[in-house]
Design a protein around this ligand. Structure first.
Ligand code: GLA
Length: 549
């Protein structure tokens, strides 16, 4: 199991991968969500404008389109299914206009289709839509976690999304404690009702980009199987159906990609719904979302009107080879190999010795992309070659010395590769980025790369931004090692000295083994200033880095 506090060296991420670190729950409880959850949720397309019939129609479409057979197996009803008030006994009441026969018949109909049934509630006194929540009132008092969990179990609920609006802090020392108490209570309630229920926690999203974010991300894994860490993906709005939504996809991808250290089988970072195929997303953008989410082992929860998806979109969303990358049992987060002003190259190790590689074109013009095995972390041996398969069209190429693709604007190429023996074992190689950016809501907040100049710079994909994280805890680039000398950062000949050794904490700090101080960007959002070594603060944002996974 990964230690939760300061970690010595890099072995905890390096090792044999996140898959090896999963620990089955104690006392014989069945492990849940060992691969990222998949399914459909009404929210991003319908918001509160759904009917029970629309839910059932989409459930039937999951089956008739073949998506259910590909793994999209859980239908979840999001906010607005309940009334604002509880009944005289304190029970939740379903909205009688939407559910004339109550919730159970719909749950049964979804189960009869061979699907699982999920529902939404909130850890606060009211949901985000201001309907009855499970949490205690702002002023303090009784919560309803246990009673509500019992109702969900009586409806045969298989999956609960617990949002985090309107969480009161009464009686708690701070906001983080108030959230933790609520999510722990829900977790205990779910465990007590005698039914395996996957628990999706929205708590981290309410702390996005604050220092407390990292505290919350550290404890959610104790209580549930997946968690939303940040902003909502852009919704569909009937009054502006073609409003572009890809920027929000890139933002959610960017924050999620930097949080790989929190993820492992049974515990998933959740960058929110798949809106690929829906209005506001071109086919290229839809492909990108599907490829990026799969590279990150993210939950694949469709949130579109399935009846309106084009045949191309349905085929793309159901692509078995891409879904296999998402559902790979190692559950690894992709490594950001290279980030330029318009291109991202990603690598993800898969069970059995294959790798997935993706090339995202964020730019407005088509781009030709070339990827050499050494850049991915394989050896520089001239005999190293890759057997590659393009996962969008199935085309196979044997013995490539370089992966190449023309990638259209906003599109993503994705390959499955198998390296030849002379490629050797892959090393952890890629960009190191400082994750507190200047622009919230845009991927530009995640485009500051550590360079061998001892500064962070606007990521350009230059060799000076390519780092290999060794199992011994050194950070190497172009054959030299990052070290602290005389209180300053230098690149020097690797000599295994302690000033060249770094540990990486779950909070994201790079701590030098000689002076025990943290690698610091003086101002979190500035580039081109010399980095300094400073005492490690508690989740100090200018000391939080994302490393190759
Ligand atoms: C929040 C969540 C969304 C959705 C709405 C419902 O915004 O992040 O996914 O559940 O609440 O009100």
């Amino acid at each position: 199991m990964r230690p939760r506090a300061l970690l010595a060296g890099f072995c905890w991420v390096m090792g044999v991968g996140a898959g090896a670190s999963f620990v089955a729950p104690a006392s014989g409880a069945q492990p849940l969500a060992l691969t990222p959850p998949m399914g459909w949720n009404d929210w991003a397309h319908f918001q509160c404008g759904f009917t029970a019939q629309a839910i059932l129609d989409n459930a039937k479409l999951l089956v008739s389109t073949g998506l259910a057979a590909r793994g999209y197996n859980t239908v979840t009803i999001d906010d607005c299914w309940m009334q604002k008030a509880r009944d005289a006994q304190g029970n939740l009441q379903v909205d009688p206009d939407r559910f004339q026969h109550g919730m159970k018949p719909l749950a049964s109909a979804i189960h009869a289709l061979g699907l699982k049934f999920g529902i939404y509630e909130d850890a606060g006194s009211e949901t985000c839509g201001r309907f009855a929540g499970s949490g205690q009132p702002d002023v303090g008092g009784k919560d309803h976690f246990l009673e509500d969990a019992r109702i969900f179990a009586s409806w045969d609920v298989d999956y609960l999304k617990l949002d985090g609006c309107n969480v009161g802090v009464a009686g708690q020392s701070d906001r983080v404690s108030a959230y933790r108490k609520a999510y722990a209570a829900e977790s205990a309630a779910l465990k007590s009702v005698g039914r395996p229920i996957v628990f999706s926690e929205s708590a981290p999203a309410y702390f996005e980009n604050t220092p407390e974010w990292y505290d919350v991300l550290t404890w959610v894994r104790q209580y549930g199987q997946l968690w939303r860490e940040g902003s909502d993906i852009a919704n569909y709005h009937a009054n502006n159906p073609d409003a572009p939504r890809f920027k929000s996809v890139l933002w959610n991808y960017a924050y999620n990609l930097a949080l790989g250290r929190f993820q492992r089988p049974g515990n998933w970072d959740d960058p929110d719904f798949i809106i690929g195929g829906d209005s506001g997303m071109s086919l290229a953008e839809s492909r990108s979302q599907m490829a990026l989410w799969s590279m990150m082992s993210a939950p694949l929860i469709l949130s579109s009107d399935l009846g309106k998806l084009s045949p191309e979109a349905l085929k793309m969303l159901g692509n078995p080879a891409v879904i296999a990358v998402d559902q790979d049992s190692l559950g690894r987060m992709a490594t950001l190999v290279r980030r330029t002003s318009s291109i991202d190259i990603l690598l993800k190790p898969l069970k059995g010795g294959d790798y997935a590689v993706a090339a995202l074109n964020r730019g407005d013009a088509p781009a030709q992309v070339q990827i050499h095995p050494a850049e991915l972390g394989f050896s520089t041996d001239a005999n190293c070659s890759l057997n590659g398969q393009n996962l969008w069209n199935g085309e196979r190429w044997p013995s490539l010395s370089v992966l190449q693709a023309d990638v259209a604007s906003h599109d993503t190429a994705i390959w499955r590769i198998h390296p030849s023996a002379s490629c050797g074992a892959v090393t952890r190689t890629g960009a190191i980025i400082i994750t507190a950016g200047r622009t919230l809501g845009s991927i530009d907040g995640y485009t500051h790369c550590l360079a061998t100049t001892g500064k962070v710079e606007e990521c350009s994909g230059a060799p000076e931004e390519s780092w290999t994280v060794t199992s011994g805890g050194t950070l190497k680039s172009s054959g030299a090692c990052l070290a602290v000398a005389g209180g300053k950062l230098v690149m020097e000949k690797c000599n295994d000295g302690s000033m060249q050794h770094w540990s990486y904490t779950l909070a994201g700090n790079l701590v030098n083994a000689a002076d025990h101080e943290c690698l610091t960007n003086v101002s979190a959002s500035e580039t081109q200033q010399p980095l300094t070594m400073q005492p490690c603060g508690h989740n100090q944002l200018n000391q939080v880095w994302s490393l190759p996974d």
